[in-house]
Design a protein around this ligand. Structure first.
Ligand code: AMP
Length: 401
């Protein structure tokens, strides 16, 4: 469906055309009319579906229609700074031909940024995109003016709850006008999200565009290896082709750092990204990688969700993620927008059970490839049978990535 059939005005159609968006994605087709019609929405959709524009477009349209550009009309709450910046960038593109303004608000910046945020929060920016902690810090100083707020968006709500933001979100909401339109997006719908939805949403319509299984165009392969064979295998794989864009995911920041160090020692074009880096360094690394100046990015799951990077050819799971949904998110970084990509998972003997659980979750047996013989004897892949009901039984407690 084209966007003009969805009731969007000429300014937004011009913005969409300049971004090269020709047809609405399924979630946009479903959500835009509902949001324009004033409905609260609970959307089960992850990044890659076009969900950001699905909520931004109708909100911008309503702000224009009501001539509310000067006031803070919309608050988007997101789990990470990266996502705040990414939504703000998309918003700037979409709203380029309008008078709608926006500002991302997130922690860890300098004093100047804090003053800019304070100005926007007290004097008004049409759309504010904030991480919970930073917004709470501003709220505590009593200058935040949300009295004209009409829209609240909770994006990646499951991620926010995983990161322990439940009480922060409640606190933020207690500072907002009661009468408002609420939109909640989440890649998964565990009971805690349902609880939050019941608390926040008013008779919502539900939209389900979950990519609950990895896209078919991702070639998935597993390698059964001992821990000490992982780096030699990655080095070997990197020599097979001149990969331009590879993400290697590790479950802990310690592994991320040490792996990046090892690969740097092998003269590969590599950098790492995790929560120990400050915001500026994270952005710099991400921009270098997006610009294809950096070929390999070693990352924690901080990068597995929400971040849109084009043309990632290969995802390597240095270790099996502790959560099947993280696996889906990780490998979903490749083969985006219908291109193809590959996802390799290195499975140590202790991770075989977890991997079998993932295969059960995605309802697919991932082929196991042979490791080159010069790397030595490899473990037999023979995982114990996954539990019958164990869809999420192996979920770990999340640590800061
Ligand atoms: P999202 O799921 O919101 O993170 O969007 C994923 C990617 O799809 C982003 O790079 C968007 O810029 C892009 N996108 C969103 N909507 C469309 C559309 N209708 N046509 C083409 N690309 C789109």
């Amino acid at each position: 469906m084209t966007f003009d059939a969805l009731g969007l005005g000429p300014e937004l159609l011009e913005g969409l055309a300049s971004l090269g968006f020709e047809k609405a994605t399924p979630i946009q087709e479903e959500a835009i009319p509902l949001i324009l019609g004033g409905k609260d929405i609970i959307g089960c959709a992850q990044t890659g579906t076009g969900k950001t524009a699905a909520f931004l477009l109708p909100i911008i349209q309503k702000i224009i229609d009501n001539r509310n550009e000067e006031k803070t009309s919309c608050l988007v709450v997101v789990p990470t700074r990266e996502l705040a910046v990414q939504i703000d960038q998309q918003l700037q593109g979409l709203s380029y031909f309008t008078r709608v303004s926006s500002i991302p608000i997130y922690g860890g910046s300098d004093g100047d940024t804090f003053s800019q945020e304070k100005k926007a929060l007290s004097e008004g920016a049409s759309i504010i995109i904030a991480t919970p902690g930073r917004l709470i810090a501003h709220l505590a100083m009593n200058y935040v003016n949300m009295s004209d707020l009409k829209f609240l968006v909770l994006d990646e709500a499951d991620r926010m709850l995983d990161m322990g933001f439940y009480q922060d979100i409640r606190k933020i909401i207690s500072n907002l006008p009661k009468k408002r339109q609420n939109l909640l997006f989440s890649a998964t719908m565990p009971p805690k999200i349902r609880e939050l939805a019941q608390e926040v949403l008013n008779d919502p319509d539900e939209i389900n565009i979950a990519i609950s299984k990895p896209a078919e165009n991702i070639i998935q392969v597993g390698f059964s290896v001992f821990d000490n064979q992982k780096i030699p295998l990655i080095t070997y794989l990197m020599k097979q082709k001149d990969f331009k864009s590879v993400i290697v995911f590790c479950s802990t920041k310690e592994n991320t750092k040490s792996l990046a160090k090892e690969l740097k020692g092998l003269k590969l074009s590599v950098s790492d990204i995790h929560s120990d880096l400050d915001q500026k360094s994270r952005e710099a690394v991400l921009n270098e990688f997006k610009a294809k100046k950096l070929k390999i990015l070693v990352a924690t799951d901080i990068l597995s969700r929400g971040i849109d990077i084009e043309d990632v050819e290969l995802i390597i799971n240095y270790d099996v993620p502790g959560d099947g949904e993280d696996y889906i998110h990780r490998i979903g970084r490749t083969a985006r927008a219908s291109s193809t990509g590959a996802a390799f998972t290195l499975i140590s003997p202790r991770d075989q059970y977890r991997f079998a659980e993932i295969e059960k979750l995605i309802d697919k047996t991932v082929p196991k490839a042979k490791v080159p013989s010069h790397l030595g004897e490899t473990p037999t892949y023979k995982p114990p049978k996954p539990k019958k009901s164990g869809k999420r039984s192996f979920r770990r407690k999340k640590k800061k990535m």
